[in-house]
Design a protein around this ligand. Sequence first.
Ligand SMILES: Cc1cc2nc3c(=O)[nH]c(=O)nc-3n(C[C@H](O)[C@H](O)[C@H](O)COP(=O)(O)OP(=O)(O)OC[C@H]3O[C@@H](n4cnc5c(N)ncnc54)[C@H](O)[C@@H]3O)c2cc1C
Length: 403
Amino acid sequence: MDYDVVVVGAGPAGCLAAKYAAKNGAKTLIIEEHASIGSPVQCAGLLSTRAIRECEVVLDSGFHPIKGAFVYAPDRRRICISGGEIKAYVVDRRIFDRTLAENAVRSGADILMRTRAVGIDIDMETRGHGHGHGRRRILHVAIEGEPDVIEADIVIGADGVQSRIAQWAGLDTPETALSGAQISTVYDFDDPEFVEIFPGSCAPGFFAWAIPHHGSARIGLAVRPGFGSGSAWAHLKRLIAEYPVVSEKCDPGITGIALGGIPISVPQQTAAEGLLIIGDAAGQVKPTSGGGVYPGAVCAKIAGKIAADAVLEGNTSAGRLSEYDKLWRARIGRELVIGRRVNEWMARLSDSEINRLVGVLDDDELLDLITRYGDMDHPSVVVRKLLMNRKSMGAFLKMALMR
Ligand SMILES: Cc1cc2nc3c(=O)[nH]c(=O)nc-3n(C[C@H](O)[C@H](O)[C@H](O)COP(=O)(O)OP(=O)(O)OC[C@H]3O[C@@H](n4cnc5c(N)ncnc54)[C@H](O)[C@@H]3O)c2cc1C
């Protein structure tokens, strides 16, 4: 088998990269190790309206609309953040990812299921390939268990948080990853158009969530290594059994469990000779929310286009492909860096500090500011507004001085 571009992994990032590579003239193949796209689900499925647009997916009646969030402090005080309009949807990732894969196929990409990448080499024979820039890649695969080889000008690693492609290519993998755990169950939401967020020691280093989806709920949390003790799963069991608010509204009957890592730091480099990494494999995830579909989609589309252009130019050198690295960082790099700082700050707050913070934000002027400038995909905007506001800045300073 011989392709211009081979994408490893049929998650949202891989499917969008393949779509853009094929659309821009490259003979493209996606390989996916599982027998079914989107399974097993490792996601709450909460996507902003912008993320859905970025993925180029048409709104569907299966998408559950979300208008805002209730944030609960550990002392049960809650604030409501809502502008009254639909800000996001909760989707079924099995269906969502399959739609993205179909869109890639419609754009001309081939797809091979039950095909696992097991190794990657550089084809030493191809020194001087094309116009002399960049050697081809040899991807070792197991197709339904049988060893085989696929040759490609460029391999795109879209193989998720534990990317082997990045490791084999000698690129760093994201150094910080949260551990996530989530169950599907029945939950008594006060308003099924609102998600519920629980910051504090119930989820050390991150937060817990309750997300409605057509009469059922996804209750989950993520924890950050080095913060608190115990696994994400142990914290989640405690959350549903004894945490205020959640334990009272959550049914003990569990209908599904999802466990997975969430990278929140980006590696130094995301391009090498004949190779790019995208999505979770490249740590392209919002550190404030753990949402990876939007940033992954933005970067995947850049990667697909650059890969096709580079193949058609006959230059797949690391230098040529580093344009991808520059372009995606220019588009969302700053947002990820600011998000990381916010995450670092939030992760270190004690329960009593979170109680105080929620108390400060429970103010008409500040809630109005958060509602107006709050943006799931660009949290830096509201952070800047809060830092410029006299009331909130005064309270933040007081909290910092009292530490
Ligand atoms: C508990 C939890 C909740 C989350 N909730 C949200 C949310 O609400 N909203 C949001 O935006 N994000 C959420 N995320 C993050 C989101 O799921 C990821 O950021 C997103 O799926 C990343 O997409 P991706 O295409 O980069 O990788 P993935 O979706 O992980 O896809 C990688 C694909 O590569 C395949 N693969 C891996 N290795 C190989 C190999 N060697 N050969 C062939 N195929 C391979 C895998 O089977 C998989 O299909 C959540 C994550 C967790 C863990």
